[in-house]
Design a protein around this ligand. Structure first.
Ligand code: MF3
Ligand code: CO
Ligand code: CO
Length: 249
């Protein structure tokens, strides 16, 4: 690995392991009866106990340490006294800031038994993210990432959210480039070894359109259809990629 980005990769790896570890713990309490603010507390404490800081807390005024986005909430749901119930899906999005570097990851959890349709949405969203990650290497175009996600998702009859995107990440939480989850192969800038960014598709059962609630954060599907999301922080190498936020199991 080139000396020039070894440090960036090492530090992002450390932050990513903590963020993923927090989600491994969330998995253990993602059951009917759990309140979303209990998930928030767990994330806050896990990240602190590992010598890191929860980057979402007070980020542009965000009041909590993670985002909990349930059912038709697309992203940026605010943890609250809301109780998770059988059949819900909930995305938990955490970002650890360790030694000046960020690791950002999210997973959608199924609460108890969920509908066949919800299961298909969650699987399709995860598959789309992984398919995109697997093509990452130096010199592919950003549009290749969007294209592979959009093609997979639309073939399953679902839609790709356009109002939110992945992002470059490093010592800054959200930086260039924007990583669109839709697009055309061969378009957009070519990526370079050493780049670090997130891929975090938000996929809806119904229409792709979203709106933001009056709290200024919670984004929901306009048609109230279910929405799922997964996110990894990924580093680009000459011949491939490294995922910094893999689950332990
Ligand atoms: N973690 C989210 C992302 O994937 C950003 C959350 S910002 C917050 O980019 F302020 F809503 F927490
Ligand atoms: Co992100
Ligand atoms: Co995130």
């Amino acid at each position: 690995m080139s000396e020039s980005y070894k440090e960036a990769f090492e530090k992002t790896r450390s932050a990513g392991i903590i963020a993923a570890g927090a989600l491994d713990e969330v998995a253990k309490i993602a059951h009917p009866g759990t309140r979303t603010d209990e998930i928030d507390k767990l994330c806050y404490e896990f990240i602190n106990d590992h010598g890191a800081y929860s980057a979402p807390l007070f980020y542009r005024g965000f009041p909590k340490s993670c985002c909990t986005s349930t059912n038709h909430v697309v992203c940026h749901g605010i943890p609250s006294e809301k109780v998770l119930k059988e059949g819900d899906i909930v995305n938990v999005d955490v970002t650890a800031l360790k030694d000046g570097w960020h690791g950002d990851t999210s997973r959608t959890f199924e609460i108890g038994e969920v509908s066949i349709k919800a299961k298909k949405l969650v699987k399709t969203t995860h598959d789309a993210m992984m398919k995109a990650i697997k093509i990452v290497k130096e010199d592919i175009h950003l549009g290749d990432i969007g294209d592979i996600i959009q093609s997979h998702v639309e073939a399953e009859g679902f839609s790709v959210v356009q109002d939110f995107c992945g992002h470059g990440i490093g010592q800054i939480f959200h930086k260039e480039p924007n990583i669109l989850h839709y697009g055309k192969k061969g378009t957009g800038e070519k990526i370079k070894a050493g780049m670090i960014f997130t891929i975090e598709p938000m996929i809806n059962i119904g229409n792709y359109e979203t709106k933001t609630l009056n709290d200024g954060w919670t984004a929901v599907t306009k048609d109230k259809s279910l929405s799922a999301q997964f996110e990894h922080t990924v580093g680009v190498t000459k011949d491939g990629y490294e995922i910094f936020t893999l689950p332990k199991n």
